[in-house]
Design a protein around this ligand. Structure first.
Ligand code: PLP
Length: 395
């Protein structure tokens, strides 16, 4: 199939909800992808932070194939080994007490919001259902998680949105205090806002917010859908902030390309969601869970220090170019934002990278976002940076 034919087919028969780049991917290995005619792309995107161990990693492929040959799906009415083993791994490594598995980031966030509201209902009764979120956040595309997302552009068309969300300024405790009220049960935030522009929260803000939550018995909910599973140089980003959330969500990178997400709850709210209160048909799918166990093993072999070192290498290299269009770099580990200014928008620069063989993402209004596979080699990094330099330095 030619690219033009594929594009026409897609446009004829699919809802055009995505502003796709002019690229079709056929297959990949490591952090290198290949188009329909063998064109090569270095991947600094991992889907969107999903392919955490790159493409066709032998250990991941074997785990998926073995589990597919054994048991692809079984209803959550029955026990299955990958589900329980993965829950144990994630809880043990994060200091959390219980896990619930779902299929997407938005769905996991919905589960976490349900958990927070029920925690409060069980303890205080009705009327304490508001979840504070932060401006510039992103929490998903369902009606409820759109409402949770603190960006006006997402609050269009689909009225009525779910009630019970208010928005505070990121990094501003006064703004959090202004939203204070008898009706609040939780605060939900990303420690590094991803879609919003790769904006890390300061350690000071996060620790003050955690204290404030504790004083008011608000649950501290951390959306680690993008920051989780090694992305920032620790299994979860919160582990570098010296806090322990009451609950967190993960998704994107967990199963290295298989759909999976979940909620982890601390001891305090481990059993708030009991029988009949929450469920999903596909959640915790055995193949996804086996894939996730393989991802954790592969990340163990590599170690978190390597993720940090690669991230620092990329940022230092980009900064050393002193490109006039670059305002600076932000992020942690291999979650990296490059602020850009000037004639060309972040989207135009990203399209230029892609046309030269480097996949990158955008975020916020002026940020090029990079989420390479955590297993990317330095050789692939250097190839990708050479293309990025051509684009950013206008060579
Ligand atoms: C991507 C993302 C989501 C939504 O995940 P989906 O799997 O697309 O539903 C939610 N929160 C954050 C922080 C994300 O980056």
């Amino acid at each position: 199939m030619t690219f033009e034919y594929l594009k026409a087919l897609d446009h004829s028969y699919t809802m055009q909800t995505y502003g796709r780049f002019d690229v079709a991917i056929d297959h990949g290995t490591g952090a290198t992808l290949y188009g329909l005619e063998g064109e090569e792309y270095i991947d600094f995107a991992s889907g969107i932070g999903v392919n955490s161990v790159g493409y066709a990693h032998p250990k991941w492929v074997k785990a998926v194939a073995d589990q597919a040959g054994k048991l692809a799906h079984i209803s959550n009415l029955y026990y299955s080994q990958p589900y329980a083993r993965l829950a144990e791994e994630l809880c043990t490594r994060s200091g959390m007490a219980s896990a619930f598995f779902a299929n997407s980031g938005a769905e996991a966030n919905e589960g976490m919001i349900k958990l927070a509201r029920k925690y409060s209902f069980d303890k205080y009764g009705e009327g304490r259902a508001v979840v504070l979120t932060l401006k510039q956040s992103f929490h998903g595309r369902t009606i409820t998680t759109l409402a949770a997302t603190g960006q006006e552009v997402f609050h269009q068309y689909f009225f009525p949105f779910t009630e019970g969300f208010r928005y505070a300024e990121a990094g501003n405790m006064d703004s959090v205090r202004q939203q204070d009220g008898e009706d609040v049960c939780a605060v939900m935030l990303e420690l590094i806002q991803g879609e919003g522009g790769v904006n890390p929260m300061t350690a000071d803000f996060v620790s003050q917010l955690a204290d404030y939550c504790r004083e008011h018995d608000w649950l501290l909910l951390v959306d680690e859908v993008q920051t989780g599973i090694g992305r920032t140089g620790s299994l979860f980003c919160f582990q570098q902030y010296g806090i322990q959330p009451d609950a967190l969500t993960f998704a994107k990178g967990i199963a290295g390309g298989m759909p999976m997400s979940g909620v982890l709850a601390s001891a305090k709210c481990a059993h708030v969601l009991g029988p009949g209160t929450h469920a999903t048909t596909f959640g915790g799918n055995p193949i996804s869970a086996a894939a996730a166990l393989a991802v954790l093993e592969i990340l163990d072999e590599m170690g978190p220090e390597e993720i940090k070192a690669k991230g620092e290498y990329i940022r230092k290299t980009v900064e050393s170019w002193k490109a006039p269009c670059v305002t600076g770099t932000r992020g942690m580990g291999l979650m990296i934002g490059i602020g850009v200014q000037g004639e060309k928008s972040h989207r135009e620069l990203a399209a230029q990278c892609i046309s030269k063989g480097l996949l990158v993402l955008t975020a916020g209004k002026d940020t090029i976002r990079m989420l390479p596979p955590l297993t990317i080699s330095y050789q692939e990094i250097d190839k990708g940076l050479a293309i990025l330099k051509q684009v950013l330095c206008g060579e």
